[in-house]
Design a protein around this ligand. Structure first.
Ligand SMILES: Nc1ncnc2c1ncn2[C@@H]1O[C@H](COP(=O)(O)OP(=O)(O)OP(=O)(O)O)[C@@H](O)[C@H]1O
Ligand SMILES: [Mg+2]
Length: 240
């Protein structure tokens, strides 16, 4: 069963195509990677999946329902996105994570329990009263992930979740992503320009190049026997 289906999505900025006929299916519960170089269209694609950006043409089906771009409304509730550079509210970790729950009207006790559980999942138990702005880059990214998953989305989108982090912190984030998929069964779509991360983390990979998905498949198939010449070059580090 697909949670996400895109059909022939196009998006241009100032007459230049950023996405050029993208069709894609993401299955429920999988970790799906959008892999490609800078400028390939990864962020544009994720922003459309998050309903933050409207495509010029094409259809988006989310959990079986055709997205109506004039009224995405309740569908937004099922989708959260973690951005490449986490932006923290100038307050405590607790309030940063609780923010979305407050908007949704949860009780104080429910909020406390959910924040506690999610902070444990991202390895930040006991951080509730820390000032979010004073955390390290890796800790901030974990707060951003906590803020996104505490809302229990059907679809979690992560735009280059470790691009600004060192290998140790990247490894921590990758473990958290696996844990979220395993514990919550959340469908996760992340982007990366790092083929090693794609290989380590994804169940399936789509290679995006100049706004087109040129190959998609199971991770081991893509890396062991890529069908597309450009994908072969990408994974051999020959495509710049
Ligand atoms: N708001 C915008 N206005 C104008 N051009 C844009 C805008 N957003 C994206 N683009 C252009 O669309 C293309 C795809 O950009 P996008 O940000 O999706 O790439 P990306 O794969 O995320 O790159 P990176 O790895 O550097 O983050 C680029 O040529 C970019 O300059
Ligand atoms: Mg980007």
């Amino acid at each position: 069963m697909s949670l996400v289906e895109l059909r022939n999505i196009t998006k241009s900025y100032e007459g230049k195509p950023a996405l050029d006929g993208v069709s894609l299916k993401v299955r429920k519960g999988e970790i799906f990677c959008i892999m490609g170089h800078s400028g390939a269209g990864k962020t544009t694609l994720l922003r459309i999946l998050a309903l933050l950006e409207r495509p010029d043409s094409g259809e988006y089906y989310f959990d079986g329902a055709l997205v109506s771009w004039n009224r995405p409304g309740s569908l937004r509730r099922g989708i959260t996105m973690v951005f490449q550079t986490p932006v923290m509210f100038n307050t405590t970790v607790f309030k940063n994570v609780a923010y979305g729950l407050r908007l949704r009207g949860y009780s104080r006790a429910e909020i406390e329990q959910k924040v506690k559980d999610v902070l444990r999942l991202v390895g930040l138990e006991g951080y509730e009263n820390r000032k979010a702005k004073t955390l390290s880059g890796g800790e901030k990214q974990r707060v951003a992930i906590a803020r996104a998953i505490v809302l229990e989305p059907k679809l979690l989108l992560m735009d280059e979740p470790t691009a600004n982090l060192d290998p140790t912190n990247s490894g921590i984030i990758e473990d958290i992503v696996r844990e979220i998929a395993k514990e919550n069964g959340t469908t996760i779509v992340f982007s990366t320009h790092n083929m090693f991360q794609a290989k380590r983390l994804a169940d399936r990979v789509a290679h995006i190049h100049l706004g087109r998905i040129i190959e998609v498949g199971k991770t081991e198939d893509i890396f062991e026997m890529p069908k597309n010449e450009l994908t072969r070059k990408f994974i051999n580090g020959e495509l710049f």
